[in-house]
Design a protein around this ligand. Structure first.
Ligand SMILES: C[S@@+](CC[C@H](N)C(=O)[O-])C[C@H]1O[C@@H](n2cnc3c(N)ncnc32)[C@H](O)[C@@H]1O
Length: 239
């Protein structure tokens, strides 16, 4: 399945599955996620500006928020801002004085995200830098920024392994690295799938398998965004 367009080329069985996953996602969010004007406005402004609908789902955003709170994160690095939907969820988990730095290559998306972050009242906590993440990350290291308590990798998927290596450099013992969209409708376990994003997810898992500094697992998910999954990696712990 094409995760950027879950409805494309689905069999009727897959369409029925997708309808069920979407209905359950909606059931959960209607009960556990109260109406939220700033998040709703962020999605509306993103759609109105023509941004692709590839933000994390509301339930996934809440999961990121809870992970940051459970972890007691004071500093968060995000790769891939889009319209700032996950940024808002994560930044809201920060205690007073906390910081979130987010990286976005597309200056039009960044402009929309900035307005969404200001509307959410989070401008004081969030810094958004525009440009390719692989250029921004070495700059962050040179500036002595980090280590970050939590790093969310959600930019272009073919570069996930490179982002993970930078995330490790910008981590400390106990940092949590969350990487999204790594299951890719099962392409993760299909070596014949030559999609560079699936190859990125597979190279990432090879890296994890050989990396003694992290303990990691990948969780498969279904929902309104189809069948995918994310990886949690805890730094500085033996596997
Ligand atoms: C899946 S979207 C991020 C969604 C966002 N985290 C959310 O859930 O609200 C991926 C974003 O990464 C950005 N991106 C792609 N390549 C990038 C790069 N080389 N450096 C930084 N950002 C990049 C895209 O422009 C896009 O906005």
């Amino acid at each position: 399945m094409d995760l950027e367009n879950p409805a494309a080329a689905q069999t009727s069985e897959e369409q029925a599955g997708q309808r069920l996953w979407t209905a359950v996602d909606r059931y959960i969010s209607e009960r556990l996620l109260p109406p939220d004007p700033a998040l709703d406005a962020a999605l509306e402004a993103s759609a109105a500006a023509g941004l692709p609908a590839i933000a994390v789902s509301p339930n996934q955003g809440k999961l990121l928020h809870l992970l940051a709170r459970i972890h007691g994160a004071h500093s968060i690095l995000e790769l891939g801002t889009l319209g700032g939907f996950s940024t808002i969820w994560l930044a809201r988990a920060l205690p007073p004085g906390g910081r979130l730095l987010t990286l976005e290559v597309n200056s039009k998306y960044a402009e929309v995200a900035r307005a969404n972050i200001v509307r959410a009242g989070l401008a004081e906590l969030v810094e958004l830098r525009t440009g390719p993440a692989l250029e921004a990350l070495p700059r962050l290291a040179r500036e002595g920024l980090g280590p970050f308590d939590l790093i969310f990798i959600d930019a272009d998927k073919q570069n996930i392994p490179e982002y993970f290596e930078w995330a490790l450099k910008l981590s400390r013992r106990g940092s949590l690295i969350v990487t999204d969209n790594v299951v890719r409708a099962g392409a993760l376990a299909d070596p014949a799938c030559a999609d560079p994003r699936a190859e990125g997810a597979r190279r990432f898992h090879e890296l994890l398998a050989a990396e003694p500094r992290v303990s990691a697992t990948t969780i498969q998910t279904v929902g309104l965004k189809g069948y995918d999954g994310f990886t949690l990696a805890l730094v500085g712990e033996p596997s």
